[in-house]
Ligand binder design. Structure first.
Ligand code: AP5
Ligand code: MG
Length: 176
């Protein structure tokens, strides 16, 4: 067991928030693909501003370089397609997949609220937020079944407060 974790969840489900709490308390290395991509310009920036996914081959290369023999890391935002999940399997081992379950209504509220203070273009406009949610349902949600079959997934109720969500996750107790 190398302690590697994936946090899976829709846009605004709390992936980044949870990843940071785990990092601060248990010294994980966080790999957040959204943050990596937001430093890019050109075509990649256009894709993420509109809420579209960056192509699998580009993402796989980025993550492979990031992981580069690391262990005890948290992946926040990757994999996002079954293709990415299959690639990940070929380069490293995962011990736990946390799936944050949150209703669409809550997600929209959270993202619009954050949009008031974030510079994220994809947070500003309800039609882009809806597009991100559609992409999640179509492209990313199949990963829940993918990891369920491998008996790696833990369902977490992401509707609760940040503290309660963290407590649920700590109860999975694989962290030391
Ligand atoms: P990414 O940055 O990963 O964005 P996302 O998945 O849309 O998710 P967010 O970061 O918006 O939300 P989150 O789940 O991290 O929640 P957070 O903790 O911030 O990706 C951006 C884009 O990059 C994608 O659309 C795509 O274009 C591209 N991309 C990234 N990875 C890719 C990949 N692998 N393949 C292809 N393309 C890729 O919380 C949200 C808000 O709610 C915050 O304000 C927070 O304070 C609040 N909050 C959190 N938890 C709670 C709680 N329990 N109660 C109340 N409020 C809460
Ligand atoms: Mg995030």
């Amino acid at each position: 067991m190398n302690g590697n974790i994936i946090i899976l969840g829709s846009p605004g489900s709390g992936k980044g928030t949870l990843a940071k709490l785990l990092k601060d308390k248990y010294n994980y290395i966080n790999i957040t693909t959204g943050d990596i991509l937001r430093k890019q310009t050109g075509e990649i920036k256009e894709l993420i501003d509109k809420g579209n996914l960056v192509p699998d081959n580009i993402m796989n290369q980025i993550v492979k370089e990031e992981i580069n023999n690391k262990s005890k890391f948290i992946l926040d935002g990757f994999p996002r397609t079954v293709k990415q999940g299959e690639f990940l399997e070929s380069i490293t081992e995962i011990d736990l997949v946390i799936y944050l379950e949150v209703s669409e209504e809550t997600i929209k509220k959270r993202i619009l609220e954050r949009g008031k203070i974030s510079n994220r273009k994809d947070d500003q406009d309800l039609s882009i937020i809806n597009h991100r949610i559609e992409k999640f349902k179509k492209e990313t949600f199949p990963l829940v079944e993918f990891y369920k079959k491998k008996d790696l997934i833990s369902y977490i109720n992401g509707e609760e407060t940040i503290e309660q969500v963290f407590k649920q996750v700590e109860n999975l107790s694989i962290y030391n």
